[in-house]
Ligand binder design. Structure first.
Ligand code: BYC
Length: 474
């Protein structure tokens, strides 16, 4: 069936006037819809969900709210407005006009970056597909689906770049994005965190807090790219990403708030029997999701990252605001490394240490959010402080891979690690307790026992607004 482009696919890339691109997307769209029906949210595809859809990039159009059935969601293609006379801000081509076509000599690595970014988007939808069944409220169910459809749109954004700029190999990569599966042994998603399970809503909030936040930093680095279509695409994606981070941070904050309330009401730290999640369990989930997400920045010392930067393809967070030479060929950067049983500070070339530079920006952001969670605990007058574990804790990528580092940064033996791992990471019993609380709550305005209501509704709607209607029986 031919697609009506201006209606079905809202866009600002002149899709209606580009026959070649139309044909490519026409061939890809049925596969996407098939993937969405197989791997998108289970059970709720026939419901009306109060969603925001981007229909243009201006203030009126980028967040249009209304009831939509998810398979009818209009997955649009948007680039932020071009900046006149934009110049490549960093690397060997610094100061030259940005590229509007793929620079031939950097084609391979550019495609690889776009594919890696694109692969995470459907992966996260796959990881979250079961969660609707155990939603803590209609408000949270709606937010889950909002995140899911927007990850779908972010996949479209990367597929648009592959189709519009990379010809046949771009089309093949776009197909492959629909074939890999999160956690599949034979054809897994590319990056580690996207093959983990998201078994419960606490994991989901941690994921949207810590793993989506990697997305914020990676997208911001790609938004500096000298390849202007990628930069503009990522800039628009970042506007949507902010809501995903809000879902994560406020979700965890509401769980903490409810736990503190139960601790005070019952004068105990163990709130499981009262339908809450202990702060010690929350800490273990933080340790797990934070460490998995730190791995997403790649090795501390990376020639890939140096090449991306020198080629002008991937910058640093807020590259253009930084006051240095934007070449980094003669600059140093401090990097922590394990060395004979202790962790030492070493001086490295800033160009080789770019993954660590981005990880540092991310860690600082995570610290700020953690302080906001701790404020909730402090205001409840409870003497407990959540912490981020050391950056070397439970890492699988880079200098700390295979080294047993405790949350406070001590290197320990394999034997001691085995003995103490469940002090720091969710044990079977912790996961079972959290799982036992995951009972669906779908009456408007009601919330599960383990989470506090949010401060306000979505788009100024009331908390008892029917964010999802026409729910399936039982
Ligand atoms: N898992 O020099 P290295 C998001 C591989 S999240 C598995 O250490 P490099 C979102 C690496 O590919 C943002 N493999 O790293 C969030 C390389 O493989 P090859 C996603 C890994 O290349 C929530 C080898 O190890 N966007 O948007 O400098 C919901 C050595 O590479 C991992 C991006 O990531 C890992 N964790 O940096 C929805 C941006 N880490 O060459 C969405 C694009 C590394 O030996 N990607 N490897 O085969 C990049 O910029 C880079 O690929 C990375 C890795 C930063 C990921």
């Amino acid at each position: 069936m031919p697609i009506n482009y201006s209606e079905r696919i809202p866009n600002n890339v002149n899709l209606g006037g580009d026959r070649r691109l139309q044909r490519a997307l026409e061939a890809w769209q049925p596969g996407f819809l098939q993937w969405w029906s197989e791997m998108g949210p289970e059970t709720f595809q026939g419901c009306d969900v109060y969603l925001r859809t981007a229909t243009s990039t201006d203030a009126q159009g980028w967040a249009t709210f209304g009831y939509v059935k998810m398979p009818d969601y209009r997955w649009g293609i948007f680039l932020a407005d071009p900046e006149p006379d934009r110049r490549i801000p960093f690397g060997q081509h610094k100061g030259e006009p940005v590229w509007h076509e793929v620079p031939g000599e950097h084609r391979g690595i550019l495609r690889r970056l776009i594919v890696t970014q694109g692969d995470t988007e459907p992966a996260s939808v796959e990881q979250q597909r079961h969660l609707g069944r155990t939603c803590p409220s209609l408000y949270d169910l709606r937010n889950l689906f909002q995140v899911n459809v927007e990850e779908g749109r972010h996949l479209w954004a990367m597929v648009y770049l592959l189709h519009a700029y990379f010809g046949r190999d771009g089309r093949e990569e776009a197909e492959a994005l629909l074939l890999r599966r999160s956690g599949n042994a034979d054809n897994p998603r590319i990056l580690g965190a996207f093959n983990e399970k998201t078994p419960d809503w606490l994991s989901y909030f941690m994921f949207t807090h810590f793993t989506d936040r990697d997305g914020k930093y990676q997208l911001a680095s790609l938004a500096e790219s000298g390849f202007d279509p990628l930069a503009r695409t990522c800039r628009f994606m970042l506007t949507e990403e902010a809501h995903h981070l809000f879902v994560g941070e406020s979700g965890v904050s509401r769980v903490i708030g409810r736990t503190c309330q139960l601790m005070k009401e019952h004068n105990t730290d163990r709130v499981g029997e009262y339908g809450g999640i202990d702060l010690t369990i929350i800490q273990k989930y933080i340790n797990f999701h934070y460490s998995v997400s730190l791995d997403l920045f790649g090795s501390e010392l990376s020639t890939n990252a140096a090449n991306y930067y020198s080629a002008g393809l991937k910058g640093r967070f807020k590259e253009t605001d930084r006051d240095d030479d934007h070449l980094l060929t003669r600059t140093g950067y401090a990097v922590l490394k394990p060395d004979h049983g202790v962790i030492v500070r070493t001086e490295q070339s800033a160009l080789i240490a770019l993954n660590e530079t981005l990880r540092d920006s991310y860690i600082a952001d995570c610290e700020r959010a953690l302080a906001r969670w701790n404020k909730v605990i402090r205001e409840a007058e409870i003497g407990f402080e959540l912490k981020l574990p050391h950056r070397g804790f439970r890492r699988s990528i880079g200098e700390f891979a295979g080294v047993n580092v405790t949350p406070d940064g001590q290197i320990i033996t394999d034997e001691e690690w085995r003995r103490r791992a469940t002090d720091w990471l969710p044990a079977q019993a912790d996961r079972e307790l959290v799982a036992s609380l995951m009972k669906p709550v779908t009456a408007p305005g009601q919330f599960a026992s383990w989470i506090a209501p949010p401060a306000r509704g979505i788009n100024r709607q009331a908390l008892d607004f029917e964010y999802v209607t026409a729910l399936p029986e039982n």
